[in-house]
Design a protein around this ligand. Sequence first.
Ligand code: NAP
Length: 324
Amino acid sequence: MKAIFFEKYGKPEEVLALKEVAMPVPQENEVLIKIDFTAVNDYDWSFVTGKPLVYRLMFGLVKPKNPIAGMELAGTVQLIGSKVSKLKVGDTVFGDISEFGFGTFAEYISIREDAVIIKPEKLSFEKAAAIPHASTLALQALRTIGKIKQNQKVLINGGGGGVGTIGLQLAKLSNCHVTGVDSGEKLTMMKSLGYDEVIDYKKTDFTKTNERYDLILDCKSNKSPFLYLRALNPTGIYVTIGGSLSTLISIFFWGKILSLFTKKSLQILSLKPNEGLDEISQLVIDNKITPKIDGPYPLEDTARLIQYFGEGRHTGKLVIKVRA
Ligand SMILES: NC(=O)c1ccc[n+]([C@@H]2O[C@H](COP(=O)([O-])OP(=O)(O)OC[C@H]3O[C@@H](n4cnc5c(N)ncnc54)[C@H](OP(=O)(O)O)[C@@H]3O)[C@@H](O)[C@H]2O)c1
């Protein structure tokens, strides 16, 4: 089968190559999936570049433990292991497989059956590959942790990326007034997507304006927790899904202490992969939300796409069509 293979960490275009490799054989609790579409995520950039270095504890200290990146897929079950009980050959499936490993930048993958869920017939493979990771991050941040309510004033930092573009649509289902923070050309796209206000983070620091928010979803935390606190209304909730490690540690530490003195709240989301994905799929099928797709691009372009992602030039989700 064809796969985007790498044996050492480095710049995507220098270390990734399209190769012919052996087909994976499913273990007793695994299924072999023919992949139709996959998508690029933050993890892929970190996995391929080996940065930040702390990620190497998970990915392999000196070189990658797994030579194929990619963690989202939509495809069809081709073979099942002897102990597989929920899936059968021919089932169409999709999901964020990151809890169980990587390897979706390839024509086939063998993975635990609980890494994926059944894809509804009315959901296209392309959209199915675009939603698992980003949309569940957005849903769990806004609803599970952020307890979003009707007509709130919401801000999404990193609003033009995969999570932000879905987060906006989820917030709009609750009739919220939504401000998106990002940069450059993405701001125009964000306005057309439905953001009520947009802020260019390269020109304006949203924590230093006079605006206060009921709920902040942050995809790129990199400031002092006290600045985030300042940007909240008296009972506001700030939820971060990612950012610099030192900022996340600081938010974790100060969030606990500050909760003793204020009704404002600083929270960190720990993603539960695929939780809420059924609900999101139904919203997509009903045209209540639409993933913003950049692509689809061919598998051969994967190295370029991961570089493009790392440079923050994509808008929404970068989707790869594995088969021509
Ligand atoms: N909590 C968990 O369990 C968990 C699990 C997996 C992943 N994650 C995190 O989830 C996030 C993924 O979000 P995503 O898929 O939406 O990423 P994305 O598609 O890369 O979007 C992030 C957006 O933020 C913008 N941005 C960069 N720096 C910024 C800044 N300082 N202020 C405001 N915006 C900024 C980027 O644009 P430019 O760079 O062009 O400016 C980009 O448009 C990552 O932070 C990842 O670490 C969390």
